[in-house]
Design a protein. Structure first.
Length: 255
Protein backbone atom coordinates (compact mmCIF):
# COMPACT_ATOMS: atom_id res chain seq x y z
CA UNK A 1 0.00 0.00 0.00
CA UNK A 2 0.92 3.67 -0.27
CA UNK A 3 0.88 6.32 2.41
CA UNK A 4 -0.46 9.59 0.98
CA UNK A 5 -0.17 12.81 2.98
CA UNK A 6 -1.32 16.30 2.18
CA UNK A 7 -0.57 19.51 4.03
CA UNK A 8 -1.71 22.97 3.02
CA UNK A 9 -0.67 26.29 4.55
CA UNK A 10 -0.57 29.98 3.86
CA UNK A 11 1.98 32.64 4.67
CA UNK A 12 0.92 35.69 6.60
CA UNK A 13 2.83 38.62 8.03
CA UNK A 14 3.90 37.64 11.52
CA UNK A 15 2.03 39.54 14.22
CA UNK A 16 3.86 42.59 15.45
CA UNK A 17 6.65 42.23 12.91
CA UNK A 18 7.47 45.51 11.26
CA UNK A 19 10.16 43.95 9.09
CA UNK A 20 8.06 41.76 6.85
CA UNK A 21 8.68 38.50 8.70
CA UNK A 22 6.30 35.82 7.45
CA UNK A 23 4.69 33.00 9.37
CA UNK A 24 3.10 29.84 7.96
CA UNK A 25 -0.39 29.10 9.19
CA UNK A 26 -1.91 25.66 8.93
CA UNK A 27 -4.96 25.37 6.65
CA UNK A 28 -5.56 21.68 6.18
CA UNK A 29 -3.96 18.25 6.28
CA UNK A 30 -4.96 14.70 5.41
CA UNK A 31 -3.39 11.27 5.35
CA UNK A 32 -4.30 7.72 4.48
CA UNK A 33 -3.11 4.31 3.31
CA UNK A 34 -4.30 3.42 -0.18
CA UNK A 35 -3.83 0.85 -2.91
CA UNK A 36 -1.81 1.89 -5.92
CA UNK A 37 -4.86 2.08 -8.17
CA UNK A 38 -6.54 4.51 -5.72
CA UNK A 39 -3.68 7.05 -5.66
CA UNK A 40 -4.86 9.34 -8.45
CA UNK A 41 -8.40 9.57 -7.06
CA UNK A 42 -7.07 10.42 -3.60
CA UNK A 43 -4.63 13.06 -4.85
CA UNK A 44 -7.58 14.74 -6.56
CA UNK A 45 -9.76 14.51 -3.42
CA UNK A 46 -7.03 15.89 -1.16
CA UNK A 47 -6.26 18.69 -3.62
CA UNK A 48 -9.90 19.74 -3.88
CA UNK A 49 -10.07 19.70 -0.11
CA UNK A 50 -6.96 21.86 0.26
CA UNK A 51 -8.13 24.42 -2.29
CA UNK A 52 -11.65 24.79 -0.84
CA UNK A 53 -11.03 24.91 2.88
CA UNK A 54 -13.09 26.86 5.41
CA UNK A 55 -9.86 28.03 7.12
CA UNK A 56 -8.83 29.92 3.99
CA UNK A 57 -6.95 29.69 0.68
CA UNK A 58 -3.53 28.04 0.95
CA UNK A 59 -0.51 29.31 -0.97
CA UNK A 60 1.49 26.10 -0.46
CA UNK A 61 0.34 22.51 -0.76
CA UNK A 62 2.64 19.56 -0.11
CA UNK A 63 1.99 15.98 -1.08
CA UNK A 64 4.09 13.08 0.21
CA UNK A 65 3.69 9.60 -1.22
CA UNK A 66 5.55 6.68 0.30
CA UNK A 67 5.37 3.01 -0.53
CA UNK A 68 4.81 0.99 2.64
CA UNK A 69 6.98 -2.10 2.71
CA UNK A 70 6.57 -3.10 6.35
CA UNK A 71 3.77 -5.33 7.64
CA UNK A 72 0.59 -3.36 8.36
CA UNK A 73 -0.86 -3.83 11.86
CA UNK A 74 -4.63 -4.40 11.97
CA UNK A 75 -6.50 -2.61 14.75
CA UNK A 76 -10.29 -2.80 15.38
CA UNK A 77 -12.35 0.41 15.20
CA UNK A 78 -13.47 1.93 18.51
CA UNK A 79 -17.23 1.71 19.08
CA UNK A 80 -18.95 5.02 18.22
CA UNK A 81 -21.48 6.81 20.42
CA UNK A 82 -22.90 10.36 20.24
CA UNK A 83 -23.32 12.14 23.58
CA UNK A 84 -25.90 14.79 24.33
CA UNK A 85 -24.26 18.20 24.67
CA UNK A 86 -25.73 21.62 24.02
CA UNK A 87 -22.91 24.09 24.56
CA UNK A 88 -19.12 24.45 24.83
CA UNK A 89 -19.56 24.99 28.59
CA UNK A 90 -21.41 21.69 28.91
CA UNK A 91 -18.74 20.04 26.76
CA UNK A 92 -15.99 21.27 29.06
CA UNK A 93 -17.72 19.83 32.11
CA UNK A 94 -18.45 16.55 30.39
CA UNK A 95 -14.86 16.17 29.12
CA UNK A 96 -13.42 17.05 32.53
CA UNK A 97 -15.57 14.43 34.27
CA UNK A 98 -14.73 11.69 31.78
CA UNK A 99 -11.01 12.44 31.94
CA UNK A 100 -11.05 12.52 35.76
CA UNK A 101 -12.77 9.12 35.72
CA UNK A 102 -9.81 7.79 33.70
CA UNK A 103 -7.42 8.94 36.43
CA UNK A 104 -6.13 12.03 34.59
CA UNK A 105 -5.25 14.87 36.98
CA UNK A 106 -7.05 18.22 37.10
CA UNK A 107 -3.74 19.87 36.26
CA UNK A 108 -3.25 17.77 33.11
CA UNK A 109 -6.85 18.39 32.05
CA UNK A 110 -6.40 22.14 32.37
CA UNK A 111 -3.17 22.00 30.36
CA UNK A 112 -4.94 20.01 27.64
CA UNK A 113 -8.01 22.22 27.43
CA UNK A 114 -5.74 25.27 27.36
CA UNK A 115 -4.12 23.98 24.17
CA UNK A 116 -7.44 23.06 22.55
CA UNK A 117 -8.95 26.48 23.27
CA UNK A 118 -5.88 28.50 22.28
CA UNK A 119 -5.94 30.54 19.09
CA UNK A 120 -2.49 29.17 18.17
CA UNK A 121 -3.08 26.09 16.03
CA UNK A 122 -0.71 23.14 16.02
CA UNK A 123 -0.46 21.08 12.87
CA UNK A 124 -0.24 17.90 14.95
CA UNK A 125 -1.25 16.69 18.39
CA UNK A 126 -0.03 17.73 21.83
CA UNK A 127 1.13 14.90 24.11
CA UNK A 128 0.39 15.62 27.76
CA UNK A 129 1.47 13.55 30.74
CA UNK A 130 -1.62 12.48 32.63
CA UNK A 131 -0.40 13.32 36.09
CA UNK A 132 2.01 16.27 35.93
CA UNK A 133 0.40 17.80 32.83
CA UNK A 134 3.81 18.21 31.15
CA UNK A 135 3.68 18.93 27.43
CA UNK A 136 5.89 16.26 25.86
CA UNK A 137 6.39 16.95 22.17
CA UNK A 138 9.74 17.64 20.47
CA UNK A 139 8.34 20.65 18.57
CA UNK A 140 5.66 22.75 20.30
CA UNK A 141 4.64 24.46 17.08
CA UNK A 142 4.17 21.29 15.06
CA UNK A 143 3.15 18.66 17.60
CA UNK A 144 3.05 14.99 16.63
CA UNK A 145 1.34 14.22 13.36
CA UNK A 146 -0.25 10.74 13.31
CA UNK A 147 0.47 9.20 9.96
CA UNK A 148 0.49 5.90 8.06
CA UNK A 149 -3.06 5.01 8.97
CA UNK A 150 -6.00 3.79 6.96
CA UNK A 151 -9.19 1.82 7.09
CA UNK A 152 -10.05 -1.37 5.27
CA UNK A 153 -12.67 -0.73 2.54
CA UNK A 154 -15.19 -3.31 3.84
CA UNK A 155 -14.92 -1.86 7.35
CA UNK A 156 -15.45 1.65 5.97
CA UNK A 157 -18.60 0.61 4.06
CA UNK A 158 -20.02 -1.10 7.12
CA UNK A 159 -19.46 1.90 9.39
CA UNK A 160 -20.82 4.28 6.73
CA UNK A 161 -23.95 2.15 6.55
CA UNK A 162 -24.33 2.22 10.32
CA UNK A 163 -24.09 6.01 10.22
CA UNK A 164 -26.42 6.46 7.27
CA UNK A 165 -29.45 7.48 9.33
CA UNK A 166 -27.41 10.01 11.33
CA UNK A 167 -26.98 13.35 9.62
CA UNK A 168 -23.17 13.37 9.64
CA UNK A 169 -20.20 14.19 7.44
CA UNK A 170 -19.28 10.52 6.93
CA UNK A 171 -15.86 11.10 5.43
CA UNK A 172 -14.83 13.31 8.32
CA UNK A 173 -16.13 10.96 11.01
CA UNK A 174 -14.45 7.93 9.40
CA UNK A 175 -11.12 9.76 9.19
CA UNK A 176 -11.36 10.87 12.81
CA UNK A 177 -12.41 7.39 13.96
CA UNK A 178 -9.48 5.86 12.05
CA UNK A 179 -7.04 8.19 13.76
CA UNK A 180 -8.62 7.78 17.20
CA UNK A 181 -8.58 3.97 16.88
CA UNK A 182 -4.90 3.89 15.92
CA UNK A 183 -4.02 6.27 18.76
CA UNK A 184 -6.10 4.55 21.48
CA UNK A 185 -4.58 1.16 20.63
CA UNK A 186 -1.19 2.12 22.09
CA UNK A 187 -0.67 1.10 25.73
CA UNK A 188 0.71 4.50 26.75
CA UNK A 189 -2.34 6.44 25.51
CA UNK A 190 -4.88 7.13 28.26
CA UNK A 191 -7.31 9.30 26.25
CA UNK A 192 -7.62 11.71 23.33
CA UNK A 193 -9.68 14.88 23.01
CA UNK A 194 -10.24 16.52 19.63
CA UNK A 195 -11.80 19.77 18.46
CA UNK A 196 -11.73 20.53 14.73
CA UNK A 197 -9.96 23.77 13.90
CA UNK A 198 -12.45 24.33 11.05
CA UNK A 199 -14.85 27.22 11.80
CA UNK A 200 -17.76 25.31 10.25
CA UNK A 201 -17.41 22.02 12.15
CA UNK A 202 -18.49 21.99 15.79
CA UNK A 203 -18.67 18.33 16.78
CA UNK A 204 -15.59 17.02 18.59
CA UNK A 205 -14.82 13.80 20.40
CA UNK A 206 -13.20 12.14 23.38
CA UNK A 207 -11.75 8.68 22.81
CA UNK A 208 -10.14 5.97 24.88
CA UNK A 209 -9.81 2.21 24.60
CA UNK A 210 -12.34 1.66 27.41
CA UNK A 211 -14.81 4.48 26.68
CA UNK A 212 -14.71 4.14 22.89
CA UNK A 213 -15.22 7.05 20.48
CA UNK A 214 -17.59 9.54 22.12
CA UNK A 215 -18.86 12.24 19.75
CA UNK A 216 -19.49 15.61 21.44
CA UNK A 217 -21.82 18.02 19.58
CA UNK A 218 -21.47 21.78 20.21
CA UNK A 219 -17.91 21.44 21.51
CA UNK A 220 -17.36 24.92 20.05
CA UNK A 221 -19.45 27.64 18.40
CA UNK A 222 -19.81 28.16 14.65
CA UNK A 223 -17.17 30.53 13.31
CA UNK A 224 -14.57 29.83 16.00
CA UNK A 225 -11.08 29.07 14.65
CA UNK A 226 -9.54 27.24 17.60
CA UNK A 227 -9.09 23.48 17.76
CA UNK A 228 -6.54 20.73 18.02
CA UNK A 229 -5.83 17.32 19.41
CA UNK A 230 -4.50 16.36 22.82
CA UNK A 231 -3.27 12.87 23.70
CA UNK A 232 -3.09 12.23 27.45
CA UNK A 233 -0.27 9.73 27.97
CA UNK A 234 1.06 7.62 30.82
CA UNK A 235 3.46 9.51 33.03
CA UNK A 236 6.24 6.95 32.42
CA UNK A 237 5.69 6.61 28.65
CA UNK A 238 8.60 5.70 26.43
CA UNK A 239 8.24 8.86 24.32
CA UNK A 240 10.54 7.81 21.53
CA UNK A 241 8.74 4.53 21.02
CA UNK A 242 5.28 6.13 21.32
CA UNK A 243 6.04 8.89 18.79
CA UNK A 244 7.49 6.32 16.40
CA UNK A 245 4.25 4.32 16.65
CA UNK A 246 2.07 7.38 16.03
CA UNK A 247 4.09 8.76 13.12
CA UNK A 248 5.58 5.73 11.46
CA UNK A 249 3.97 2.39 12.28
CA UNK A 250 1.49 1.50 9.51
CA UNK A 251 -1.92 0.66 10.97
CA UNK A 252 -5.09 -0.32 9.19
CA UNK A 253 -8.45 -0.21 10.95
CA UNK A 254 -10.14 -3.53 10.31
CA UNK A 255 -13.03 -5.50 11.75
N1 LIG B 1 -2.17 13.84 13.68
C1 LIG B 1 -2.16 14.62 14.78
N2 LIG B 1 -2.95 15.68 14.92
C2 LIG B 1 -3.77 15.99 13.91
C3 LIG B 1 -3.83 15.20 12.73
C4 LIG B 1 -2.97 14.09 12.63
N3 LIG B 1 -2.95 13.30 11.57
N4 LIG B 1 -4.74 15.77 11.90
C5 LIG B 1 -5.23 16.84 12.55
N5 LIG B 1 -4.64 16.98 13.75
C6 LIG B 1 -4.89 18.01 14.76
C7 LIG B 1 -4.42 19.38 14.33
O1 LIG B 1 -3.98 20.07 15.47
C8 LIG B 1 -5.68 20.03 13.81
O2 LIG B 1 -5.63 21.42 14.03
C9 LIG B 1 -6.74 19.39 14.70
O3 LIG B 1 -6.27 18.09 14.97
C10 LIG B 1 -8.11 19.31 14.06
O4 LIG B 1 -8.01 18.69 12.80
O5 LIG B 1 -17.39 12.34 14.93
O6 LIG B 1 -11.99 17.57 11.47
O7 LIG B 1 -8.86 17.80 10.67
O8 LIG B 1 -18.23 14.19 14.09
O9 LIG B 1 -9.89 19.93 11.69
C11 LIG B 1 -13.90 15.17 14.44
C12 LIG B 1 -15.11 14.44 14.00
C13 LIG B 1 -13.34 15.93 13.28
C14 LIG B 1 -16.08 14.32 15.15
C15 LIG B 1 -12.01 16.46 13.61
O10 LIG B 1 -10.19 17.69 12.81
C16 LIG B 1 -17.33 13.56 14.69
C17 LIG B 1 -11.43 17.29 12.51
P1 LIG B 1 -9.26 18.57 11.88
MG1 LIG C 1 -9.05 21.23 10.25
Amino acid sequence: MWSIRMRASKSILAEGSGNGEVEEVHISGAEGLWNEEEILKLLEQYLIRALNHSRGKPDKIFFTLEKINEAIIKVPPLPVRTLICNSPEEAKELITNKLLSLGISQRAIEAGLGILLSSTIMRGAALIKSNTGTLSVPDHHRGVRVSRLGIDNETRYRIEKEMSELNVDKRRVIEALTLASKVAHHKDIVAEVCISDDPDYITGYLASKDLGYLRIPNIKRLGEMHGGRVFFINEDSNLKELIYYLEKTPVQIFG
